[in-house]
Design a protein around this ligand. Structure first.
Ligand code: 5AD
Ligand code: SF4
Length: 482
């Protein structure tokens, strides 16, 4: 980028990014005046809560530099795809979208297309984009999303495609603008990366090593969110239970080295916060201290997502999950003893290499014993570069599909039995939105994460109301304000 380097570009962050944001704003203002119209953007986010959070940060940068959100049906001036690569079909989806964008770009050549996120941390995918999708303007990964404005500036200024993917993060830049989807709830990163290396999973390769943020920074961010009107926070990390093992700042003092249970207690003390959620917990690190903290902290929601992946001890070992069937069931028992009303949800993979009918029966057995409120179910997807990709497997697609269908049926049956027990209960609902299909109804979530629709008005969005659950509809409930 040597030709654009002029004097006065700050070397330190976030000042450097503000410099480029202001520079982009100027360029885009000129372009907007030239064309006599506003410039628009569209962000498409695939994958997990981490990606959703990253997109919020990038959307804020795009708006700061002068793009406005694109209206439905409009062709945007800037398209950002925040990709996921956890399963093969996520990659396919992106290439499908790129095909559609090619046509749009032929009609509107000034359109910019940017790809970022986990899929762009894979060298083969970047090569493919480089060679086959030449109309993509900007490519970057998970470690340098904070540089968005700098990359946009470089692309506009040089009129050349910009590809900037880093193998490792250099630093985490935090004080950049952010834009939230909801005024009253927000995700807060407490850690980045993952060190678990489950053998099927690509995340540790694309999100890098585990690094926790300092508790004071997290607390200050939440206090600021409260002053902006937020009452519910979701503490985010690939594996929140190992919060505090490794910090971003290695020289952190002993007193700042706190674990997740202690962090939860600190967040619980923040005035103005009414609900605390967190995602995702790894069963191997879920301590009795944490169960105790969840029981003591009245703001911690009555929901725990506890990925099982498989109920077979043999497969769990092959997956490198560091627990077996018995340890998982024992953990669930300890949780239920302390938190009898907790809603448990999970992730399950079917068709991991070498899965036998007996292994699958073990998964069904755990499901019947734990009785999850709901579960995310996945067919194993081979990810090149992970250890499991080299394991032999003789299961056919048909066998795996048949098991997957049986799994879904088992989960559906248990979920609906649990749902029926909730009918007639009363609980506090945080109203999140006007129901898009019926404007006389509003929808929200209970502490246990159940979705409830009640008659209401737009002014109720963001408020907490007591409701009675009248009817279960499978994935949601119908209720009334009381
Ligand atoms: N194939 C299928 N599912 C996977 N997951 C992660 N990697 C794979 C894979 N290769 C699932 C796990 C994880 C969730 C986020 O995605 O269940 O908990
Ligand atoms: Fe992937 Fe396992 Fe890390 Fe979760 S804990 S992100 S499944 S490696």
């Amino acid at each position: 980028m040597s030709e654009i380097i002029t004097n006065n570009i700050p070397a330190s962050e976030p000042e450097r990014q503000y410099y480029f944001m202001d520079a982009c704003r100027e360029l885009l203002r000129e372009k907007s005046e030239e064309e006599g119209r506003k410039l628009t953007y569209l962000t498409d986010t695939l994958g997990c809560q981490m990606n959703a959070k990253d997109s919020e940060k990038m959307n804020a940068v795009l708006e700061y530099i002068g793009y406005e959100p694109c209206e439905e049906g409009e062709v945007p001036d800037f398209v950002l795809y925040n990709t996921c690569t956890v399963r093969e079909n996520a990659n396919q989806k992106i290439y499908g979208h790129l095909g559609i964008l090619k046509n749009q770009k032929e009609k509107k050549p000034s359109m910019k297309i940017a790809l970022c996120g986990c899929m762009m941390q894979e060298k083969d995918e970047v090569e493919l984009v480089k060679n086959k999708y030449k109309y993509v303007d900007i490519v970057f990964g998970t470690h340098n999303i904070y540089k968005l404005a700098e990359l946009v500036y470089e692309n506009i200024f040089t009129e050349k495609r910009v590809i900037d993917v880093w193998d490792e993060p250099d630093k985490i830049v935090e004080d950049l603008p952010t834009k939230r989807k909801y005024d009253f709830k927000a995700g807060v990163n407490i850690m980045y990366g993952c060190d678990n290396f489950c053998t099927y999973c690509i995340v540790p390769y694309v999100r890098g090593r585990e690094r926790s943020r300092k508790a004071d920074d997290i607390i200050n961010e939440i206090r600021k969110l409260v002053s902006d009107g937020v009452t519910e926070v979701m503490l985010l990390g690939q594996n929140v239970n190992s919060y505090g093992k490794k910090f971003l700042d290695e020289d952190i003092s002993e007193k700042d080295r706190i674990d997740f249970a202690t962090l939860l207690r600190k967040v619980n003390e923040i005035e103005g916060i009414k609900r605390i959620r967190f995602m995702t917990s790894h069963p191997k690190d879920l301590s009795d201290d944490l169960i105790e903290a969840m029981a003591d902290c009245e703001k911690v929601c009555s929901h725990l997502h506890l990925p099982l992946q498989s109920g077979s001890s043999k497969l769990l070992k092959k997956m490198n999950r560091s627990y077996d069937k018995e340890a998982y069931l024992n953990l669930v028992e300890r949780i239920k003893n302390k938190l009898p009303d907790i809603a448990l949800t999970t992730d399950i993979i079917v068709g991991f290499p070498g899965e036998t009918e007996e292994d699958f029966e073990d998964t069904l057995d755990v499901i019947r014993k734990v009785r999850y409120e709901s579960a995310y179910t996945f067919i194993y997807s081979k990810r090149t570069g992970t250890p499991a990709a080299k394991l032999p497997d003789s299961n056919t697609k048909e066998i795996i599909q048949e098991r997957f269908d049986r799994l879904l049926e088992e989960i559906r049956q248990i979920s609906s039995e649990i749902a029926e027990t909730k009918v007639g209960r009363t609980a506090e609902l945080l109203i999140e939105e006007v129901n898009p299909r019926d404007e006389k109804m509003v929808s929200g979530r209970l502490s246990d994460n159940s979705i409830v629709h009640i008659p209401g008005a737009p002014s109720m969005v963001g408020s907490y109301v007591n409701v009675r659950i009248n009817e279960s509809k499978g994935f949601y409930y119908i209720g009334d304000r009381i």
